[in-house]
Design a protein around this ligand. Sequence first.
Ligand code: SF4
Length: 712
Amino acid sequence: MAGSPTTTHCPYCSLQCGMTLTPREQGAGTVLEVTGARFPTNRGGLCEKGRSAAELLGHPDRLTTPLVRDVRDEPFRAATWDEALRRIADGLTVAQERHGPDAAGLFGGGGMTNEKAYQAGKFVRVALRSASVDYNGRFCMSSAAAAATKAFGVDRGMPFPLSDIARADTVLLVGSNPADVMPPAMRWFAAGRERGATHLVVDPRHTATAAAADVHLQPVPGTDLALANGLLHLAVKHRLVDTAYVAGRTTGWPAVKRALRQYWPDRVERITGVPVAVMERAVRLLAESRATMILSGRGAEQHAKGSDTALAWINLALALGLPGRPYSGWATMTGQGNGQGGREHGQKADQLPGYRMLADPAARAHVAGVWGVDPDELPQPGVSAYEMLDGLGTDGGVRALLVMASNVAVSAPRAAHVRERLRSLDFLAVSDLFLSETAELADVVLPTTQWAEEDGTMTNLEGRVLRRRRVTDAPEGVRSDLAVLADLARRLGRGEPFDDDPRAVFDELRRASAGGKADYAGITWERIEAEQGVFWPCRSEDDAGTPRLFRDAFPTPDGRARFHVVHHRDAAETPDDEYPYRLTTGRSRAHYQSGTQTRRTKALLDAEPEPAVDIHPDLAARLGVAEGGDLELRTRRARARMRARLTTTIRPDTVFAPFHWSGEQTINDLTNPALDPASRMPEFKVCAVALEAARTADPPSLRSPEREDPSG
Ligand code: SF4
């Protein structure tokens, strides 16, 4: 027998596919059957992650009671909520009494609802009066966000609806592989190709997306910036620049044009490995079509020069006159489920709700007014995510940390070092669905609600605000993070301004964001239901919202977009005699982020039970590694071991490994934490690596003591 269906959204990526959950009796219980809903982004499509998401709701590993331990490394014991919350409040308070207000902090996640992200930032600033808050979205979107803010005056990943892709005549994807990571989005690309559109992909790997494209540019990892400058050099040389657009809608072009002289085609071919003839063809396709899009992804952005790389592609888009034109422009494809909303409402160290900046006196006054506190009480900006993790347990660093919806023990760069820093804390509390690798290190673990058990809002990759709906009750003993933060605030003596009702928190968020760049003032839950989501900015309930930005002006003081001079430089680590190859990392089709959820989903584990390193057959032959053989990867930070997958889709000087796995397969133990100076994005996407066929007699643990990290 079936119960009534409820429509909500997938818990995973930023496409936030609409899905319908229908209760069905199965054996002695009830399960939720998942089907795709006719939502504007996915039109009924779901990938295997979405289709299997309901498996997690009743998963036997699910945490259903708070866990505490009195001594580190001893087993956890079950505790009451009162004891667990008291211990967290005490841990945070003691750290602040001993080491000052910033010694207590919170690390959040890009999968949290808008309400939770908002409440997390407010909790740290108001209840803890601490500067120590940041989140894992810093490892995802911060380079694109920094670049878009500099160039356009605002960061909304896609300034147009996803469906516009189907209307573009030429689309260039840079470091983005939607065919694997968000398959339902491919319908818009396919529709464009059916209309005759031309698609180009820039990626060191011949991914499924590249295979479906007309042109594949396969640069050396870490050279996208030089490639963008090289294409723009050719656009100038062939008089393909839209001079009327540049004169009327931008500033800063003359300096960029001068700087481009250094990017003559032969030099760019030497840096990137992309043949001049391919660059010539690409720039003509981009410049000579009626509607052209440049879409960026983490492959271009997760570098120590990621924000400059994004700016280089934006320069190309501006020179060709794309942003603001119909079915044209530059956009970035956000990754995490609420990667867009999660970066708008104050869980970043330097931000207040609505994309206001914490250092701006007017912004402080507005938000403090909504929160009912004195603006002078609000702390100044704190440090970014990796800097916070790197400083845990040190003088001046955080001593007591609450982690929500993030598994930094696996997902942070130089993850083995981060685990050491977590162990050095005076106190660690983690709120999660499962006993993640981070939760295993904690003093207190809180069991939290998940997607289909809670109401709230999410903001998808288009800037469309959506409703997450409660479909089923959470297991007894589980609480939402909103309730946790409100209870902790009360125990810390600052409970009055905190609500735990998601609708009340959203209404407060609307007031706090009013007048900001990400203005949600006019968005109500009723409107979201009636209109299939509302695009921000939406400044009043009479405002229809803004599906397309930049048509008439950019939100900068003079209404113009800005060019920026940006130059290529080498990756923070380049191959040498000791580490002669390049390692790049990313997502695989069946898994998601640190794998906390997808490694517990049978259908996904069946599809991909273990990770594999993509390696070119020529390189594998030189190393003596056969298909399926064990490969040891070694960087200046650590070692890992994975099965080899021989494929010609990867360059012979580069290997690719997914980052969803733990233990000996924690690829982020190997990645380089060198940071982008503007966005503080770590260099996940390229580092120097040594490769060796693994000997079966090796000891179980290959971990080596940390070496001095040259990146600092
Ligand atoms: Fe979920 Fe993303 Fe797959 Fe859609 S594409 S079903 S949002 S994981």
